[in-house]
Design a protein around this ligand. Structure first.
Ligand SMILES: [Zn+2]
Ligand SMILES: [Zn+2]
Length: 573
């Protein structure tokens, strides 16, 4: 077991800001949003003061190009994706305390504060660079606005930043036969322009000293990546571009220049926290009470493509401004593939998350996706995997609950009396229950999501085995009292499962808690989750009568239901 973590007073969870430029797929949900949601629900059950912040990332050239292609203005274009993402999160039971957006005024205000401070402290400097200029449009062209022939492999057209054929990163200036993507013309000149740079070279010592304190506890995926960066030469990074969409560089001499999207996006965590506190009428200060408070754990949930920004550049930006504390944890994940190949919307290699949800429901998908969170290496979504996860969930969790409640209602329609629950806490099986239970919150404390869920299955398997070995169907014939005790302890197990399922499958947990109406309150479930098992003995000290007939919590999955989904992928192969 990993060493115990410091107990923080407050927890600040951020999920990578989804880019408002296309649908989210299972890779995004599994790598970032599902673990962040599980962690938040877990800490909340522990009674911790926690907030989960995210929002749309709405600037950048990729958004501009996509909007232009659809003949849309930037604003309605990002509006559409902002709503789409919010809606999808809601359907998957992924909750945020605040889901803001980087195109909002409150965000620009915060970004300006960061830029000016870094600029005043000489962490931002001006450098001159060469850039293409379209004479017809009278515009400077960012690399993605230029296409031409790849100077490495001769492929045409190659994008200004990357060649689709040889896969190399390109320098747009060197492209042969460059064409402007706005007007299609080729009246392009190369001009000398000045741009603002974040002077990462000035942070080297500060950053290394801070990073050294994280090396032991962070995932090796993150520390290995940063180590790799530090071995190479540190380079300053441009933070301004000549664009029409984005946040203005807040200096009189920088007319027409916007901040690069990667500079403004992470500040979104901070600006969204500020806006959250304001809108919810809380008296707290976003900096003093959250971002720069030493009793707050700051965790950034991200995918591995975002490590460079969150584990390196963002900490440099905050070391520079000294506005906020550095991240405490960065539980970054590897990639989730689809049957071994990267999800790709453009080539049709993806699963429509919304349609899948409409058919299979949030619980079964969350359960499967949590089991394949790519914590240690890349993982793969497969429909076969989904089917077997569904079956396991049904067999080990659903069946146990259904079996116990059916047996109970058959023989005790009038309810179990107080006697059945008496002294159950003195039985050795009760100790086993307690030990098994604690493994789950303990693993979640350490961001071990797949382990926590596997432990939950083990816990339920233990409940099944207890039921099976006790043979209540035989006990009922010899001693109805013994059978009653078996069922009473099984009801303890179901109550525990109810508490444990809350972070993983919130909808199912809510349905299950119908059976405990009048016995266990939300507060009781939280106490139980925190390890106070006397809640159980107290709840049932006068006996238990089920408030409703056992309903099927997890309907069986018809294997044929997966055929069209598998078929759709086969055609893409
Ligand atoms: Zn090439
Ligand atoms: Zn042009």
């Amino acid at each position: 077991m990993p060493e115990n973590k410091k107990d923080y007073k407050k927890y600040l969870v951020t999920s990578a800001l989804p880019y408002a430029n296309g649908p989210l797929h299972f890779g995004h949900l599994t790598g970032v949003y599902i673990p962040a949601d599980i962690y938040t629900r877990h800490r909340r059950l522990q009674g911790k003061n926690i907030i989960h912040i995210s929002g749309s990332d709405e600037h950048g050239v990729a958004i501009m190009l996509a909007a232009e292609k659809q003949g849309m203005d930037y604003r309605p274009y990002v509006d559409q994706w902002h709503s789409n993402h919010k809606e999808l999160f809601k359907k998957f039971d992924i909750d945020f305390d605040f889901f803001g957006r980087t195109s909002a005024d409150y965000h620009a205000e915060e970004v300006v504060k960061w830029f000016k401070t870094l600029h005043d402290k000489k962490y931002i400097g001006v450098k001159s660079e060469k850039q293409q200029y379209c004479k017809k449009d009278q515009k400077y062209l960012p690399d993605r606005y230029v296409e031409g022939t790849c100077y490495l492999c001769g492929h045409s057209p190659a994008r200004g930043d990357e060649c689709p054929n040889c896969g190399e990163w390109l320098d747009a200036i060197k492209l042969k036969n460059p064409v402007c993507k706005i007007c299609g013309g080729s009246d392009i000149t190369i001009e000398e322009v000045e741009h603002y740079y974040l002077l990462l070279t000035k942070f080297e010592k500060k950053f290394r000293d801070w990073f050294a304190t994280k090396k032991k506890s962070w995932r090796t995926l993150v520390t290995g990546f940063v180590d790799g960066l530090l071995e190479k030469e540190i380079i300053d990074r441009a933070i301004s571009r000549n664009l029409d969409w984005g946040i203005d560089v807040p200096l009189a001499e920088a007319k027409g220049k916007k901040l690069y999207v990667w500079f403004d996006a992470p500040i979104g965590y901070v600006s969204n926290t500020k806006e959250y506190l304001k809108q919810s009428g809380k008296k707290e200060d976003y900096i003093k009470d959250w971002w720069k408070a030493d009793d707050v754990e700051i965790s950034h949930f991200i995918g591995k493509d975002n490590i460079i920004f969150h584990a390196y550049i963002w900490p440099c930006m905050s070391l520079g401004t000294e506005f906020i504390n550095q991240p405490t944890e960065i539980p970054a994940n590897q990639f989730l593939n689809l049957q071994g190949k990267q999800f790709s919307k453009s080539s049709g290699w993806y699963v429509d998350a919304e349609a899948a949800l409409a058919q299979f429901g949030a619980d079964s998908l969350r359960f499967y996706l949590c089991s394949i969170i790519p914590e240690g290496g890349d993982a793969s979504f497969t429909w076969e995997g989904f089917a077997s996860s569904y079956e396991e969930f049904g067999n080990k969790v659903g069946n146990f609950i259904h079996r116990t409640l059916s047996f109970f209602l058959k023989y005790w329609p009038e309810g179990l009396d107080a006697n059945a629950f008496k002294d159950l806490e003195k039985r050795p099986e009760f100790e086993t229950l307690k030990t098994g239970f604690k493994n789950i919150p303990n693993a979640l404390d350490h961001f071990q999501f797949t382990k926590a869920q596997a432990d939950l299955i083990l816990f339920s398997q233990g409940a099944n085995e207890f039921f099976h070995h006790s043979e209540p169907w035989k006990q009922i014939k010899t001693s109805k009292d013994d059978a009653a005790k078996t069922i009473a302890l099984s009801i303890f197990y179901i109550a525990c499962l109810n508490a444990l399922l809350k972070p993983f499958t919130p909808t199912l947990a809510e349905k299950l808690s119908e059976y405990f109406k009048g016995y266990l309150t939300e507060k009781d479930f939280a106490s139980l989750y925190q390890g106070d098992f006397t809640v159980l003995t107290k709840a049932f000290q006068n006996g238990y009568k089920a408030p409703l007939e056992p309903k099927v919590l997890l309907p069986r999955l018809d294997p044929k239901a997966l055929d069209p989904w598998k078929e759709a992928l086969l055609q893409k192969k």
